[in-house]
Design a protein around this ligand. Structure first.
Ligand code: ATP
Length: 511
């Protein structure tokens, strides 16, 4: 509970409490409910110094933040007082402001006669390093199912909509989509949904998902990825063991209540390590499709902030967003880019982020299924690879002959589906035999380029010969990055990861 957390910080004398949040109304309610009995005042860039309760000016029109904080820092004041600074991010690079905040913090900690604490509330915040040791970050949690249902009911009541027309299935559909949004955002989208015809139903879900996508994107830490309608296991060529594994997990995930009751453990996720262009990202999308959940993507590179506490805060926020949006699949792309440096020089931030991530994975009880992908796992800390974190680690190799046949089929069948490129009988065996060393992306490009060539040449039928001809002129990944591919093959052969195609550990036979 966020109230308890704020109380805890107050009781432990944290001098600077920081909310990175744009829902000011909710933060105000929270501050009033926990600190309402104390003296409270607010400074914001629009009105300057105001009473916290009614936002009326406190009689110092035009008082700058620097002057205001200097006064607070230097004047003795024994009464317990909380000063709320809103949207001051653009003013925190002023040495005078930083100095006064340091002084307030130090007096709050060491001067028994001084009792002022500062609460900073900003929608985007880069906290200066000098203030790090005095600060603690707090975050509003996303509303739970009960609260969301309450908000839905209040919108139905306010709009005088006939409640009997809003059935259980409407509610279930909207509830899943509204998870992971703030109360403020839920209010806005429900207003929008009901503004057109005063009704609310599962039909509004498309609009809600569109808005949610924008909101999640605005959070800057995770992205909602669109999964094409009708996507499924048949979109992946080869990788049979992995596909089977995911199908089994999806049965558990879809019936998680019964499964847990039966004693099945909550699925945590998988780690896919493998060659570039061999379908790891595709597998993340297919996982969400067969689990029937949204797909959130966490890009480790973009979590790394340059300011104090920002990276850890971003990670916490990303995980909180995923938890609130659960059930969902959380795709962590290029996990090695963030965690390769753990344990090295200047890696305190990384090590803290890594520790946070590991303990979340270890203790995770929410239905967030993690799909982490990496090209290289060699330099990743061993703690990440041991059991207890991911349910399984799969190694995705270059496709063998049978897999290449299947990948050709997947992409050629897609063309048939579009009705754009009629095919004659294709000799898939011959294609596969002539494309050793190609990855899935190479094969997809052979198909697409051939279709384009046929179109430009005025031909209507896709044939084996044309495909072979394109393949002959294609520089496969094994040729363009031969050295790296060999090294990766060697590393995978020595690893103890399961092969995503055979399900076996270590050496498998190709061709
Ligand atoms: P990277 O490590 O470079 O990010 P990746 O392993 O995530 O690569 P994807 O992005 O999933 O690779 O695949 C690249 C393209 O190749 C996709 O468009 C995908 O459709 C196709 N592809 C790759 N592998 C397969 C496969 N096994 N079956 C069908 N298509 C595939």
């Amino acid at each position: 509970m966020i109230e308890k957390e704020l109380e805890r910080l107050i009781n432990t004398n944290i001098p600077l409490i920081v909310f990175r949040e744009y829902d000011f109304v909710r933060v105000d309610c929270l501050i009033s409910s926990v600190l309402g009995q104390y003296e409270l005042e607010e400074w914001n860039p629009s009105a300057g110094l105001v009473f916290f309760d009614n936002k009326e000016t406190k009689g110092f029109g035009g008082l700058s933040l620097e002057d205001y904080l200097r006064g607070i820092a230097n004047n003795d004041y024994a009464k317990e007082r909380y000063v709320v600074l809103k949207e001051v991010q653009g003013l925190l690079d002023n040495p005078g402001v930083i100095y006064s905040l340091q002084l307030i913090a130090q007096r709050r900690l060491y001067d028994a006669s001084y009792n002022t604490s500062v609460i900073i509330v900003c929608s985007v915040l880069e906290l200066p390093k000098e203030l790090e040791k005095y600060s603690s970050f707090l975050e509003l949690s996303f509303p739970d199912d009960e609260t969301i249902n309450g908000i839905i009911d209040s919108h139905i009541a306010i709009n005088k909509y006939d409640k009997s027309k809003f059935n259980d299935s409407d509610r279930k559909t909207l509830l899943i989509s509204l998870k992971g949004m703030s109360e403020y955002d839920i209010d806005r989208v429900l207003d929008m949904a009901m503004s057109t015809d005063g009704s609310l139903s599962a039909a509004d879900n498309k609009m809600i998902l569109r808005k949610k996508k924008e909101m999640v994107k605005r959070s800057g830490v995770v992205e909602l990825i669109e999964v094409p309608d009708g996507m499924g296991g048949s979109d992946i060529g080869g990788l049979s063991a992995l596909k089977q594994y995911l199908q089994n997990k999806s049965k558990v995930f879809k019936d998680i209540g019964m499964a847990l009751e039966f004693g099945v453990k909550m699925p945590k996720g998988i780690f896919l390590v493998g060659m570039p262009g061999c379908g790891k990202s595709l597998c993340a999308k297919v996982t969400a499709a067969i689990f029937g959940t949204p797909l959130l993507k966490m890009d480790m590179g973009s979590l790394m902030g340059k300011y104090v506490g920002q990276s850890e805060e971003n990670m916490r926020k990303a995980i909180a967003t995923a938890e609130a949006a659960s059930p969902c699949v959380l795709w962590i792309d290029e996990i090695e880019k963030a965690f390769n440096g753990v344990g090295g020089e200047n890696s305190e931030v990384l090590t803290r982020m890594f520790g946070y991530f590991l303990s979340w994975m270890q203790e995770k009880s929410s239905s967030v299924y993690v799909v982490a992908t990496a090209n290289n796992a060699e330099k990743l800390p061993p703690e990440l690879k041991r059991k207890g974190r991911f349910d399984e680690i799969f190694c995705v190799n270059l496709p063998d002959k049978k897999e290449r046949e299947e990948i050709f089929k997947v992409h050629i069948n897609k063309l048939n589906g579009l009705g754009s490129a009629p095919t004659e009988d294709i000799d898939y065996g011959l294609l596969a035999r002539n494309t050793a060393g190609f990855n899935g992306a190479d094969i997809e490009s052979v198909v697409n380029e051939t279709v384009e060539y046929l179109f430009l040449d005025g031909k209507k039928v896709l044939n084996t010969y044309a495909l072979l001809n394109t393949a002959k002129n294609t520089i496969s990944i094994s040729k363009s990055c031969g050295k790296q591919i060999k090294e990766m093959e060697q590393a995978f052969a020595e690893s103890s990861f399961k092969d995503a195609n055979t399900g076996k550990v270590k050496n498998r036979s190709d061709e």
